[in-house]
Design a protein around this ligand. Structure first.
Ligand SMILES: Cc1ncc(COP(=O)(O)O)c(C=O)c1O
Length: 304
């Protein structure tokens, strides 16, 4: 496939600098520092059965990421929500994946001072995205502990959603080389953080744990902790050591791009009977049930 054919296969709608356009036609200026320096932040949301899941929480987190990078946009929260709504509305998709980004912008000639850039808003909507394919969702992911360490929180506050993805991306090659599908990345102190595009939970003796440091604070992760509270399951947000992952009864990942995905194989060992575990399955079902809750889901106005 050449570049034109690749783009022809892209479906969706984008928003750039006040204009809506087919996603295939959206391209950022090569001098945008978002491209040149990964000087950009973003958030990812989803639409399920015509409603945006936890819209206000995503917008609040996007704002916190922008503040963390000392970026700002002239838009109110309502205007940001409106841009996303309009992208979804124009696609007509009932199940969709939404990206919203704020880049530092184009540097004026003759300076490297990031303060002089006008921050730019980009957004796009695509059909719903699953990080795992159907077979992986049914049978579970195969995970290894990466040798690549996660960029430490002392270097980059991972609570700011960022495109410094090369540690995550290169770790995937480690997974593929070892007949696995995903990785979890450690810090130098032997605790684990997260994987390429997802948070991680372990289950041991009926209690859940998820790392508290060096990872992005996922909204799906937050939803899981709320579900665990409803189920009166112990769920600790704390340092999780790599050895604990190796000894877990169950492991699962959490992300906007597909929700909860079971891990059934870790570092060469089948977890349990090699099928998705009972607590993982219960939480997965309740995660999708949360999409019926009016308090958490904002309807898209398709007919306006
Ligand atoms: C690195 C990383 N960690 C965790 C997550 C999960 O966050 P959320 O549940 O908000 O999608 C993502 C999702 O995009 C991610 O990119």
């Amino acid at each position: 496939m050449n570049a034109i054919d690749e783009l022809a296969a892209v479906q969706g709608v984008a928003y750039m600098d006040g204009r809506y356009m087919p996603l295939a036609e959206a391209s950022i200026p090569i001098l945008d520092r978002g491209f040149l320096r990964s000087d950009i932040t973003y958030d990812a949301l989803h639409v399920w059965k015509g409603r945006i899941f936890r819209l206000a929480d995503h917008i609040a987190r996007f704002r916190a990421s922008m503040a963390g990078l000392r970026m700002s946009l002239p838009h109110t929260d309502g205007e940001l929500a409106e841009v996303l709504m309009e992208c979804v509305r124009r696609t007509g998709y009932r199940d969709a994946f939404i990206m919203v980004m704020c880049s530092r912008g184009v540097q004026p000639p003759g300076t490297r001072d990031p303060r002089l850039c006008r921050n730019r808003l980009y957004a796009y909507v695509q059909p719903f995205l699953w990080i795992a394919n159907e077979e992986q969702r049914r049978d579970g992911l195969r995970m290894v502990l990466a040798k690549t360490q996660r960029i430490p929180p002392e270097s980059l506050d991972q609570r700011i959603k960022n495109f410094h993805w090369l540690d995550l991306t290169m770790s995937l090659f480690e997974a593929y080389d070892r007949d696995a599908t995903v990785t979890v990345l450690p810090l130098a102190d032997g605790t684990v953080t997260e994987g390429p595009g997802f948070n991680i939970f372990i289950v041991k003796d009926g209690a859940l744990a998820t790392p508290d440091r060096g990872m992005f604070e996922g909204i799906t992760r937050r939803t899981v902790t709320e579900i665990a509270a409803d189920l009166q399951l112990r769920c600790e947000v704390r340092p999780v050591r790599a050895e604990e992952v190796a000894e877990a009864d169950e492991i699962f990942t959490s992300t906007t791009a597909g929700g909860i995905t079971p891990v059934t194989w870790y570092e060469g060992r089948k977890l349990g009977d090699g099928r998705p575990g009972p607590i993982t399955t219960r939480i997965l079902d309740l995660y999708w049930k949360r999409h019926e809750d009016d308090a958490l889901n904002t309807p898209v106005r398709y007919d306006d």
